[in-house]
Design a protein around this ligand. Sequence first.
Ligand SMILES: Cc1cc2nc3c(=O)[nH]c(=O)nc-3n(C[C@H](O)[C@H](O)[C@H](O)COP(=O)(O)O)c2cc1C
Ligand code: SF4
Length: 518
Amino acid sequence: MIPRIYIPGDSGALALGAEKVAKAIASELAERGIEAKIVRNGSRGAYFLEPMVEVATANGRVAYGPVKPSDVKSLFDCGFLTGGHHKRWLGAPDKIPFLARQTRLTFARCGINDPLSLDAYKSLGGLNGLRNAVAMAPADIVKQVTESGLRGRGGAGFPTGIKWKTVLDTTADKKYIVCNADEGDSATFADRMIMEGDPFVLIEGMAIAGIATGATKGFVYIRSEYPHAVTMMNKAVEVARKAGVLGASVLGSPNAFDMEIRVGAGAYVCGEETALLNSLEGKRGVVRAKPPLPAIQGLFGKPTVINNVISLASVPVIMDKGAAFYKDFGMGRSRGTIPIQIAGNVKHAGLFEAAFGMTLGEIVDDIGGGTATGRPVKAVQVGGPLGAYFPRALFDTPFDYEAFAAKDGLIGHAGITVFDDTADMLKQARFAMEFCAIESCGKCTPCRIGSTRGVETIDKLAAGIEPEKNLALVTDLCNTMKFGSLCALGGFTPYPVMSSITHFPDDFKPAPVRVAAE
Ligand SMILES: Cc1cc2nc3c(=O)[nH]c(=O)nc-3n(C[C@H](O)[C@H](O)[C@H](O)COP(=O)(O)O)c2cc1C
Ligand code: SF4
């Protein structure tokens, strides 16, 4: 059998030099006259080890990483095609601690094989969930998803089954499934990773959602900054259509479901579900007032399921292994697993799928390995640009929707950004207000005007102008934005601002004192 070499081709690995490594390996093979097959898989998500090259040996896969083009010759000299030792040798990928400690349900196949091989997908349990779904009544599929406890992974944590039931129970001549792949939150890349590393799992999840609710058409709305994901999804849809997974008769059943990939123009607010629907309809991405809920009047006025990529990609395993299996993972009302994305100033950056319930400290210190700079961790922002900053004193908070809410924070799309002790939290609070001012859709006053006034007031604080009065003003402004905004952009911006003020009061001291302290 000719040797197989796996080199990730997803944009994360490419950004770290995977293409150059692939070229160096190909030319070394040619030079040495060795016949081997290079497979471009997705990444397994341990980005601190990318480009991570794997070879299939008689004793299973052996990984090497992070591989540089200059390592390639010596890799061959060390016999890496049969798993030989080298300074980049990592051993069996499943045994690498960062990967071994995970509970991979949604990402079970991501990074293992060629993402566009449907046979490889099926060989690892792919399509089992859809096969079960086509044999079930729609209401039973919805019941199974509801009983699994799956909640939306896009940020709001709304129960997926309940959303689907509303669409199922609404009569209409046409219904839609819309997948939110805008992935605008800082530190998040789970949606991109799965679209590039295991696109069929999203297609399968969307087809199940269609059959469960009576929707026959799906759209994936992908941010324009993800050209690689757009290409992969388009290719995967084509493969799925040819294989009868999509089309007039899904897996030979009487159910029709097909889908299209659409590219957003690039605005954070277009990740908000109603602004996304406007954008999909060709309109400006402005938030719509609710009601009506998209589940009743969504895309083109028709009942629409809008779900995040990870919510939909988590459905196949639920339909394959059952609601009880999935529900068995997690804590409290946060059931199943969540792909935690560890980023910022951290040693082990990457995607870590785990059951809900790990503490923030375990994630940052044990899994993330602390800061990349080696300095003490000062703050961790959880949940993207609208998430709160957590100090070390709150590191015992378990990763759970309700536990984070109880500490005035949110899990959001599960991105965490680590900062060391050089971070200036006043600057971070200002950044939150500035971000909101730039990204505001302008529909409501607390967000449109409040964010600009917020930047001005924080600037006064930084300059030491009437600190007590301006601190009270920022707090008052945050309350107005929190309770008076139409959507979570204006409504949640107070989280990073107020958590900075509450947990890092020293950073908000008048300018002369701050300068002296520095
Ligand atoms: C300003 C703003 C940006 C958002 N961006 C995203 C996004 O990029 N991706 C996403 O899935 N949800 C995003 N959401 C949440 C969506 O509005 C919505 O809750 C989600 O798509 C529902 O899917 P889920 O129930 O599967 O999470 C955003 C919300 C707001 C207010
Ligand atoms: S909170 Fe901001 S983004 Fe949301 S509707 Fe109001 S102006 Fe638009």
